[in-house]
Structure formats: C-alpha cells, structure tokens
Design a protein around this ligand. Structure first.
Ligand code: SPD
Length: 426
C-alpha cells in the first residue's frame, strides 16, 4: 500500500445477488468473516443484525480496520465497504464476497484514506489514554437481534435466534437447517418453515401418535410417511403392542441433521421394531399391498416443495387401500387460521374417501407455528373412532408412566371440540 496514506478503502456495490442470501444474517456473517480471513486479516469481533421484515447490517472488526455491509434483499443488493491498513489486500475479500453472494453485477471504487501529507502527527500520550480508558465503562449491553420468520404473504411468526447455525445443507429437496432459538432451543427449519423445536416438539409428536393408538388399542403395524426428525416414531414406539413401524422419509439430510443435533427428538431410530427407508413416501404408498397397516401417519411439511403430493387425492386413495378394515389415517392437517385453504381442501379429500362422518379434525397448539393453532386430520376406515373411546383409565396410567406433557385423557376428547369457524370450514 502507498505509504502516503493511512488506509485503503474500497466501496462496493454488489447487485443482482441471491435475495435469500441477502436476508440470511448467519450466512452473511459467516461470509464476511470468511472474506476477512481469506484476505489474511486478523478478526477481532463481529456484530450483525437482521431487520424486520428483511435486511441485514453488520460489521467485522479486524486488526487492519473493518468490513461492513448493509443489504436490501428486495433489490438483491449489498453495499459493502472494506477498510484496510498495512499490507492487507482488500480485493481478496471482494472476490470472496462476490462469489458467496452470487452477485451477477458489481462496481467498486477505491480510495486512499488519511493522506499523511495533510495530517500533522501529535505527541499522543499512550499512558494517559490507558488511564482514561480504565475509568470508562460501557453503560449498555448490546446483544444480537436476529429473527427467523415463518410466513406467507400476509402473516408471520418470528422467533428470535442466537445466530448460531449447526447444520445448513441444501438437499435435493429443500434447505435443511438446525438453528438455535433463544426461547425454544434448537430447531429444525425446512426452507423457511419451522418444523420442530426442542422445547415444544412434544405438543405435536404426542398428538400425532397417541389419540389414534389409544383408539385402536392393539395396533401392531404402523406406517409413517415423512417424520424425518424422529419425534413421531419415538412416540409410536412407546406403545408396547407395536410390532413394526415402517418410516419412509424422502430426505436423508433431515434424518442426518436431527440425529446429530436433535438427539432428544431423534431418540428411537435404533429401536429394532423400526424399519427406516429413505425414499419417496408417495411412491411407497402407491406400491404398498392392500389392507396391511393398522395406522398410517402422514407427518409431512407444508404443501409446498416435496410435501405437495402429500395433500393429493391420489395419495389418500392409496392410503385408504393399504389400511386394514378398521385402520386409521392421521395426517398433518395445517392450520385453520394460517392456511384455511389447505386445511379445508384436505378435509374435503378425506371426507370424499373415508366418508363425511369419518374425517374428524383434531386441533392442538404449537407456539412455534404461525398462529399457534394447528390440526391433525383423521380418516377412519372402519368403526374405530377416537371420539368414542372408553379406555380413559389406560390412558391415565400410560400418561403417568411415560411422563407425557401434552396428551392426556381430557385432551383426547377436547382436541375434537371445534370452534364454529372451523366447523364452517369443513
Ligand atoms: N408448518 C409446520 C408444519 C408441520 C410439519 N411437520 C412437522 C414435523 C414434525 N415431526
């Protein structure tokens, strides 16, 4: 660098970048710190902030000065500046970021900062400066303010998270991430949707399994489609009458992520009664024999991406066929508040196949899903009906023995009590 200036500053416009990257605070922090390291800078600290509804700002402080960024995802744009002193080559950082952000166009200007010809060096006394610094205390405590938002065009649920990302893989089907939320602990996100969190997963997993298993009372053969985090099979396998569970999950990366980072949920993958198949669940059901399963559980994600086919008529006709005469289907039924259309259409499909009185809906609450109100939808092939059970003493004993935290004999019935607006939807 020229010895006539104190620093070198490059101001960069990155344009036509990937908008998802421009809104991903953790990825941007990783890339900015990575750019500094690649340019052989010494990283001192970094702080990054995600704005609502979108946009990221952040700074990486380096021994040689700083790198800073402000993004506008809606324009695929990032304003970056890299300020360096000494021998550091800022253009190495520039090349790295261009690559990471997928910038299709860019421009940059370079300026020398602090022309020594215009400055006068004073006799700055370092000893007095240190004494003064010791007297000063930062009155504020700054924390990261990073939010994960699960949303459609009009509504959203946001969870604050620490910014730590434990797993981030783009599988052939979806982006699989394990993040750390501050309130609910580690969570699994598929694309930009919350699937489950350590602290509220039991709401969903207890309710997907136990109402139907206590209705059937002696189920032996269960098929689970999806459910890659393992929570559903963990609950099913709590029942000692179960002889075999076949679980078919399309995305091996989900299983891998959860085994590594959510072991409390992925707790039953080693149970000898479980056969785990990584394959397309829709094709599996299509090719399954007639009348073999007591219970078929569809633990899919929302009807976008790989789970779209889990909401089709064709799929549920095959589910019906492969259930035994008294068999029960339980499907992740979406929210009557967040996604009324998918909720109502699924119920129409199930009523069409199982009969209008044989497609009850069970509501339950998941704090980390948008609106909090969620459903499981049932298809009753024969007479076994979860609204008409009389084995509540058995449920009570099981709940106490297993330490269940959501499901109990009262919830068993109350889940089927629907508000009027929900009745009107179905
Ligand atoms: N919007 C969330 C829909 C729920 C999808 N399934 C969650 C998987 C938990 N095993």
């Amino acid at each position: 660098m020229s010895n006539t200036a104190l620093g070198n500053h490059i101001l960069v416009e990155f344009m036509n970048c990937d908008p998802h990257v421009m809104n991903d605070v953790a990825a941007i922090e990783r890339d900015m710190v990575g750019a500094a390291r690649k340019a052989e800078a010494t990283v001192i600290n970094s702080t990054f902030h995600h704005f609502s509804p979108y946009g990221v700002s952040g700074v990486v402080v380096i021994q040689e000065s700083h790198l800073a960024i402000h993004t506008w995802p809606e324009y695929g744009y990032a304003a970056v500046d890299v300020f360096t002193c000494g021998d550091m080559n800022a253009w190495i950082a520039f090349d790295h970021l261009k690559e990471c952000f997928g910038a299709k166009s860019y421009s940059a200007i370079e300026m020398k900062r602090g022309s020594v010809n215009l400055l006068t060096r004073n006799d700055f006394d370092i000893t007095t400066a240190r004494e003064k610094a010791a007297e000063w205390r930062n009155p504020d405590f700054y924390t990261r303010n990073v939010w994960f938002t699960d949303k459609d065009e009009d509504q959203a649920l946001s969870l604050r998270f620490t910014g730590d990302v434990f797993f981030d893989v783009q599988s052939p089907f979806q982006r699989v991430r394990i993040l750390e939320s501050t309130k609910y602990g580690k969570m699994l996100a598929l694309d930009d949707m919350v699937m489950t969190t350590i602290k509220d997963e039991f709401h969903y997993h207890e309710m997907i399994a136990h109402p139907s298993l206590f209705t059937l009372q002696n189920a032996k053969n269960v098929l689970v489609i999806g459910g890659g985090d393992g929570g559903t099979v963990r609950e099913v396998l709590r029942h000692s009458n179960i002889e075999k569970v076949t679980m078919v999950e399309i995305d091996g990366e989900v299983i891998k992520a959860c085994k590594e980072h959510l072991p409390q949920i992925a707790a039953a993958f080693n149970d000898p009664r479980l056969e785990l198949i990584v394959d397309d669940g829709i094709a599996f059901v299509k090719n399954a024999p007639d009348a073999v399963y007591d219970l078929l559980i569809v633990d899919g994600s929302d009807p976008v991406g790989p789970a779209e086919g889990l909401f089709s008529v064709d799929f549920y006709q095959n589910c019906y066929r492969t259930l035994k005469a008294d068999g029960i289907l339980v499907a992740q039924g979406e929210s009557p508040k967040f996604n009324e259309k998918a909720f109502a259409e699924l119920n129409q499909t199930l009523q069409g196949i199982f009969g209008s009185n044989n497609a009850p809906v069970g509501l339950f609450f998941v704090p980390t899903y948008p609106t909090g109100m969620w459903s499981f939808q049932y298809g009753l092939k024969g007479a076994a009906d979860p609204r008409k059970i009389n084995n509540t003493e058995t449920i009570k004993a099981f709940v106490a023995e297993k330490g269940l935290r959501y499901y109990n004999e009262d919830i068993h019935f109350s889940t089927f009590a629907l508000p009027n607006f929900v009745k009107q939807l179905i």
